[in-house]
Design a protein around this ligand. Structure first.
Ligand code: FES
Length: 125
């Protein structure tokens, strides 16, 4: 598919798992949900936590650092850290909640391909 680049294969890629890959020095996260594969940035937009070391539940990845949550289908931010009260308020002032960058993806002949960036996902109100 034109404009799409191979980032990994489907071999030994179990449903409900994630894989960190690197493409031209850019760290990407490939998540398998059922038979679908989704590609996002691998670093948390909060302060760069390694999302591949977090948890994937359905389409939601939880960052291992401060437990922000993102939907891997479109990068929407579902939760900005698990901090509460004044700590969260200050954290949001210092750094506004941001979505995760998500990319078009497809599978061809056992290869997961990544394409252009998707429209920006949502952030919590
Ligand atoms: S670095 Fe991911 S929640 Fe803080």
């Amino acid at each position: 598919m034109e404009g799409f680049i191979e980032v990994t294969t489907t071999e030994s890629f179990e449903p409900g798992t994630m894989r960190a890959v690197e493409l031209d020095g850019h760290k990407l996260l490939v998540s398998r949900v059922g038979d679908d594969y989704f590609v996002t940035d691998a670093r948390c937009p909060h302060i760069g936590g390694p999302l591949a070391e977090g948890e994937l539940n359905g389409t939601v990845v939880t960052c291992p650092s401060h437990h922000s949550q993102f939907d891997v289908t479109d990068g929407s931010c579902l939760r900005w850290t698990d901090w509460k009260g004044p700590v969260l308020t200050i954290a949001e002032l210092v750094q506004h909640p941001r979505p995760l960058r998500a990319y078009e993806s497809t599978v061809e002949d056992g290869k997961v391909l990544v394409g252009p960036q998707k429209p920006q996902g949502a952030v919590p109100e």
